[in-house]
Design a protein around this ligand. Structure first.
Ligand code: GLN
Length: 544
């Protein structure tokens, strides 16, 4: 049976519970233990799939097609193992299960209540992954902040689990903020004392306090927190701001967070820490030999969380290339035929981002045209690939009004269209083409050079598809359909023959990039951008 670690947050949101949970998991994994992480979110949406990126950042998709919180992306990037629907549960999903059971008459005439029915369902799901026999430790991150009304049933479920399990099988790590008052030149522990007290009032007592702080916490502060929060001083962990999230495991190692957790869980059978791949990565990340500028063309660029996995995939690919990837955010809404050259000048590569709806699509199409004509390395993801198809249809095939029916239902050339099975669907939640699908790759293609494999599997999240009615025209004009899903006869990858690096993919490769397995398209794209940057600077110096 697995042991359980719950991670709660106090004082404020955005303290980085996900990164702390992932860092702890990484250290435990590095000691040979089998670890997974799950997140329980207190909002009422069934999943974040229906939420706008401005509300919730990126929606992360798992192999089994679950639309989940972006923290699951961190879990996968850190641990290098896939997550699934079971790793992300929301209040909405809990209530949906309980209400469905009630309708089926499963409660046998009882009044259905938050305690015990909702809390029982939360507990059942919290313990589920631990019962598979696949893990030694299950870390559960509780979304929200202690004291929120909607977190109460989750905290109560944790209290009951802690009471039911042997003491050494369940511990609570509480992440809190130690603010620094500049005027007083002092770190303040009071908010932490209050948040721990609030947790205690709900019957949950933290075993370890992790303190987010901008300044080091000295021994006095550590002792004060320990005394008032009723933990031993060594269980007060300093979590200083790090230059990259990938350094947090190392910081937690210095604070011995892993050893304290292992001691409290009475686990003595662990290996010597091995983090060599992680450390190699960090070393490369910190010592880049050159910089490339990649334009990220999107409509949510002011909100970095909307493109979280893409940005992280570039960090992985940059380290692999010993190259700093400088992301230049370009708002697609403000790009037009007149200013495209000026907006995209100085870039060594162009990534056209995923997205939904018509805002900003003309700017994306202009950017693709610029990349195609100027032989600038191009990478289109999902909507980005669809925009590349539309650009080719309009400017190479000469079909002026070519479009996706998502943006223009009346176009005479619907080169991107809905699959028949999508036309019948009216519900918005969980109804896209979601999760892992196989893709077969053409030999002698850029995609084949990149993947070095004929059969791949990648994750999807979209409704619209390349319209095969026009495929022959595209192929005759020089577009290459280098990846296909055979079962559904769908084009998944497009490229251009007369271009050094031009690739559009209908799926989301960024979701599978991890520290230990950077995604090959990102790696090769950054390498193409490096080459472009060198040949461009040679050209400039030759003309001077
Ligand atoms: N809006 C497009 C579709 O649904 C693309 C989606 C995406 O980029 N994830 O097909």
């Amino acid at each position: 049976m697995a042991k359980y670690v719950f991670v709660t947050g106090g004082v404020t949101s955005s303290l980085g519970k996900g990164i702390i949970a992932a860092s702890l998991a990484k250290l435990l994994q590095g000691r040979g233990l089998k670890v997974t992480i799950q997140k329980f979110d207190p909002y009422i949406n069934i999943d974040p799939g229906t939420m706008n990126p401005y509300e919730h950042g990126e929606c992360y998709v798992t192999d089994d097609g679950a639309e989940t919180d972006l923290d699951l992306g961190h879990y996968e990037r850190f641990l290098n193992i896939p997550t699934s629907q079971a790793n992300n549960v929301t209040t909405g999903r809990i209530y949906q299960t309980v209400i469905n059971k009630e309708r089926e008459g499963e409660y046998l005439g009882k009044t259905v209540q938050v305690v015990p029915h909702i809390t029982d369902e939360i507990k059942r799901r919290m313990l589920l992954l631990g019962q598979t026999g696949n893990y030694d430790i299950v870390i559960t991150e509780l979304g929200g902040t202690v004291g929120d009304i909607e977190s109460l049933p989750f905290i109560e479920a944790v209290r009951q689990i802690q009471w039911e399990l042997p003491e050494e099988d369940c511990i609570i790590v509480h992440l809190t903020l130690i603010p620094y008052l500049n005027a007083a030149k002092e770190l303040k522990t009071k908010p932490t004392q209050h948040s721990v007290r609030m947790l205690s009032q709900e019957g949950v007592h933290p075993n370890i306090i992790v303190c987010r702080t901008e300044h080091p916490i000295n021994e006095d502060i550590r002792k004060k927190i320990a005394l008032f929060c009723n933990v031993k001083p060594e269980a007060v962990i300093e979590a200083m701001d790090a230059s990259t999230i990938y350094e947090v495991p190392i910081k937690m190692l210095e604070e011995k967070l892993d050893l304290i957790v292992l001691k409290k869980l009475h686990i003595s059978n662990y290996a010597e820490l091995s983090l060599s791949k992680w450390n190699d990565f960090l070393d490369k990340l910190k010592h880049p030999k050159q910089t490339v500028n990649i334009g990220l063309i999107g409509k949510y660029v002011e909100l970095q969380d909307a493109y979280k996995s893409i940005l992280e995939a570039f960090i992985h690919a940059g380290a692999m290339n010993q190259c700093k990837v400088n992301i230049v955010n370009v708002h697609s809404e403000f790009i037009d035929a007149e200013n495209v050259k000026e907006k995209l000048s100085g870039l060594d590569g162009l990534l056209v981002a995923p997205g939904f709806g018509s805002r900003g699509v003309e700017g994306k199409i202009e950017s693709v045209k610029y990349a195609r004509e100027n032989k600038l390395p191009f990478f289109g993801i999902c909507l980005g690939m669809q925009m590349a198809v539309i650009e080719f249809a309009r400017n190479v095939l000469g079909w002026e009004d070519a479009h996706s029916t998502e943006m223009n239902e009346n176009t005479t050339h619907p080169v991107i269209a809905l699959m028949h099975e999508q036309k019948e669907i009216s519900n918005k939640g969980g109804t896209m083409r979601l999760g892992a699908y196989d893709c077969e790759i053409e030999s002698n293609s850029l995609a084949h050079q990149i993947y070095e494999s004929k059969n791949i599997s990648e994750r999807h999240r979209h409704r619209w598809e390349f319209n095969n009615d026009f495929l022959t025209d595209f192929l005759n004009a020089g577009l290459i359909a280098s990846g296909k899903n055979i079962e559904k006869d769908l084009v998944e990858i497009i490229e251009l023959s007369d271009h050094p690096f031009f690739i559009g993919v209908q799926y989301h490769p960024e979701l599978k990039s991890t520290v230990e397995n950077p995604h090959p398209i990102f790696v090769k794209f950054v390498s193409a951008a490096k080459q472009y940057s060198v040949s461009y600077s040679n050209e400039v110096s030759a003309t001077n």
